[in-house]
Design a protein around this ligand. Structure first.
Ligand code: NAD
Length: 412
């Protein structure tokens, strides 16, 4: 599998070249500003003792404090965290959020930890972070962490400082100062950009067919909105495999099936399909909303869809990106398509700092406005620079902002 950090650096360098970004800015962005690498020893409830590797990467803070994402998974690598930190830097720029990009994680399997183990693990993670706080580094959730983990992180931060400070941690429950609409924000953002791109391609959603890989937080929210808009979702998959029905899958009923069985396979009226076969199916739209590097040089040529909207981070490798561009497939890149979560995290911080909390229609209206602006900016930049795709357009636009900030700060 392609190294996701290398994929991110390849995109960075292509955009830097086409956008003629200052050489010194590009030099700074080849590596993270700060990498914290530490180990958390833990006496587990089972009686076992383990030492867990942990990371926090502050990729770039030229535009503001570092923010977001804490991933807990067994195969976590530092390169993955570096790539996600760089993506987050670009994502914040694309959504016009004055923040830097960060990502962190713990190499551990949440399935092997009790709730109590998990609480002690994430509290230890927060204790080890330095610097931290609303104007330095604000951790959020990612794979393996959710509202409960972020509530523990907030409590630990507040115990350390002795002050209540909801803006110090993102993705916490609304009762502790989180934002409403946060959970569905990324899927909703994917849907908003999908609709905008379909419109540009003169594709009618209610007459189009779609394939969705991943039926988790992002894939489910997106599939529900797409289904409600009248699209025919012909295939859905998760880590255990996929399901196919050329006439369309009943998404609300599938959601119930997944709640009961824990997987999409076995859903009535569908045939099994593998995660590899998924991308070669006859359809208009593909939404990879699971993991990185799933569309690669060996399967990109088989893609029949005209539009790919990246719910996951880095689902298309550099080589596949080139193959798909040659085939005329439009890709709405991750840094725009899945920026809904980061955008609502920004709203969460704004609410926490001002002590004024918004209702769901306000959050959703503001999300739509911001994410559409990000998509239009990417499309406009791609039009201006010869050879630029939507992905390169997004990165050029972001790099121009970072370049300006670095020059004004006197870094280059
Ligand atoms: P999730 O854990 O809720 O769901 C992931 C889904 O993908 C599950 O259905 C899982 O079974 C499936 N999956 C996992 N490995 C797979 C594999 N190898 N092949 C096929 N399916 C697989 O995660 P999520 O929050 O929905 O995130 C999905 C993706 O979107 C991730 O790449 C994440 O980084 C990205 N993302 C999420 C958010 C967010 O707000 N949740 C924001 C930005 C980006």
């Amino acid at each position: 599998m392609d190294n996701v950090f290398q994929v991110a650096i390849n995109t960075l360098n292509r955009a830097g070249k086409i956008g003629q970004i200052d050489e010194r800015v590009m030099q700074i962005l080849q590596v993270p500003k700060r990498i914290q690498q530490f180990h958390i020893p833990l006496k587990l409830d089972s009686g076992a003792f383990k030492v867990f590797p942990a990371y926090r990467v502050h990729y770039c803070d030229a535009l503001g404090p570092c923010r977001n994402g804490t991933r807990i998974r067994p195969n976590l690598t530092l390169d993955e965290i570096k790539a996600l930190g760089l993506f987050m830097t670009i994502k914040h720029c694309a959504a016009a959020i004055p923040a830097g990009g960060a990502k962190g994680g713990i190499k551990a399997d949440p399935a092997e930890l009790t709730q109590n183990d998990m609480e002690r693990l994430v509290r230890a993670f927060v204790r080890a972070l330095s610097p931290k706080g609303p104007w330095a580094d604000v951790p959020g959730a990612d794979i393996g962490t959710g509202e409960q983990a972020m509530a523990w992180m907030l409590d630990e931060y507040e115990q350390i400082t002795g002050n209540h400070c909801p803006a110090a941690i993102n993705d916490k429950p609304p009762i502790l100062g989180g934002s409403v609409g946060g959970e569905a924000a990324t899927g909703r953002g994917v849907f908003i950009t999908l609709k905008a791109a379909a419109e540009d391609l003169q594709m009618v959603i209610s007459k189009s067919s779609a394939v969705v890989q991943g039926f988790g937080q992002v894939g489910t929210a997106l599939a529900e909105l797409l289904d409600a808009e009248g699209a025919k979702i012909v295939a859905v998959s998760d880590v255990f495999g996929g399901i196919f029905n050329a006439d369309g899958i009943d998404i609300p009923a599938l959601k119930t099936h997944v709640a009961e069985t824990g997987k999409v396979v076995g859903f009535h009226g569908t045939e099994p399909v593998t995660n590899e076969e998924l991308f070669a199916l006859d359809c208009d739209i593909i939404v990879p909303a699971a993991v990185q590097s799933v569309i690669h040089k060996d399967n990109a040529a088989d893609v029949k869809a005209k539009l790919i909207v990246e719910g996951a981070n880095g689902p298309v490798t550099t080589e596949a990106d080139e193959i798909l561009a040659e085939k005329g497939v439009t890709i709405v890149p991750d840094v725009v398509a899945n920026s809904g979560g980061a955008t609502v995290c920004h709203f969460e911080r704004t609410q926490g700092l001002s002590d004024q909390y918004w209702d769901l229609p306000t959050v959703n209206t503001m999300l739509e406005k911001r994410i559409l602006a990000a998509y239009r900016d990417a499309a406009e930049t791609a039009r201006v620079y010869e050879g630029a795709t939507l992905r390169i357009g997004t990165w050029i636009s972001a790099l121009k902002k970072i370049e300006k900030a670095m020059k004004l700060r006197g870094w280059v």
